[in-house]
Design a protein around this ligand. Structure first.
Ligand SMILES: [Fe+2]
Ligand SMILES: [Fe+2]
Length: 275
């Protein structure tokens, strides 16, 4: 696995660390929430459609791969304090997402303790591998994936309201989606710095990530295809939604457009294997 070169420009690293401190300050002031105190657990709706619980279970399972995400991402950026310490904070927030979703599955009566234990066992039968060995590639992937994840949670919250509502679940999805948006915003700011520093290499990584994009880990689940089909059938996420509501806004925010992703002969020397 690649890691960022130790010769990384100190001023650039300092700038990244400032971005993390700004992110952390806002998170501490405005975004901290408590699973025990901020969710109206007594208002779970046990009659909510089963397909919604199936999708929540899928999101819960994806968040359960946190040990694989962290153990593989942090070594890529261990000498980059801004990115490494961000990941420590990101891991805390993602662990809370998984716990809140798991608690809802149990408290709503949609799943039993035995079913949850069985799911956890099955999840850890497989190990998640990063879609890119490069720190810059993973940065691009994380930016796109966090915006896609934010969209998943927003769409699911709308669907929960449409099918009868569940105040506890709606609150969880609202809190998580705010976190996911903050994750995207941080990664977007960092990618923007890399676009300014090395536009060709960053665009090459974005191209590689976007055209083979998959949400993390769903394919590792034994019934991953069925779970993916449920998400598409509910119009939570599909290829069209990905390009219109994830790729285009992310590129626009970076000052790029789709034509920038087209490979050009002049760009053929770009090395996708390193940052
Ligand atoms: Fe999350
Ligand atoms: Fe996230």
């Amino acid at each position: 696995m690649d890691s960022e070169p130790k010769s990384e420009d100190p001023a650039f690293l300092a700038h990244l660390y400032c971005l993390f401190r700004e992110y952390f300050k806002l998170a501490e002031r405005k975004r901290r929430w408590s699973i025990d105190d901020d969710i109206p657990w007594q208002e779970c709706n046990p009659r909510l459609k089963g397909v919604v619980a199936d999708v929540i279970e899928t999101f819960f399972a994806v968040e359960l791969y946190l040990p694989d995400y962290l153990s593989k991402l942090i070594p890529q950026v261990r000498a980059n304090r801004g990115r490494a310490w961000f990941l420590a904070n990101w891991g805390y927030e993602e662990s809370k997402h998984s716990m809140a979703l798991g608690d809802w599955l149990l408290k709503s009566g949609q799943r039993s303790d035995e079913q949850m234990a069985d799911l956890e066992t099955r999840v850890f039968e497989h190990e998640y591998d990063l879609p890119s060995e490069s720190p810059l590639g993973m940065l691009c992937y994380a930016m796109i994936q966090e915006l896609a994840t934010w969209l998943h949670y927003c769409q699911l919250r709308r669907i929960v309201k449409e099918v009868g509502g569940d105040p506890a679940l709606e609150r969880i999805l609202a809190l998580i989606s705010v976190d996911e948006r903050a994750h995207y915003d941080f990664f977007r700011k960092v990618v923007s710095l890399y676009v300014d520093r090395d536009r060709e290499a960053t665009i090459a990584h974005l191209r590689g990530i976007i055209y083979k994009f998959q949400m993390p880990a769903v394919d590792l689940l034994a019934d991953g295809q069925k779970r993916g089909a449920e998400i598409r059938a509910l119009k939570i996420f599909d290829e069209e939604i990905f390009f219109l509501q994830v790729v285009e806004p992310a590129l626009t925010a970076l000052g790029l457009c789709k034509s920038d992703l087209k490979p050009r002969r002049a760009r053929s020397g770009v090395n996708l294997g390193s940052a």
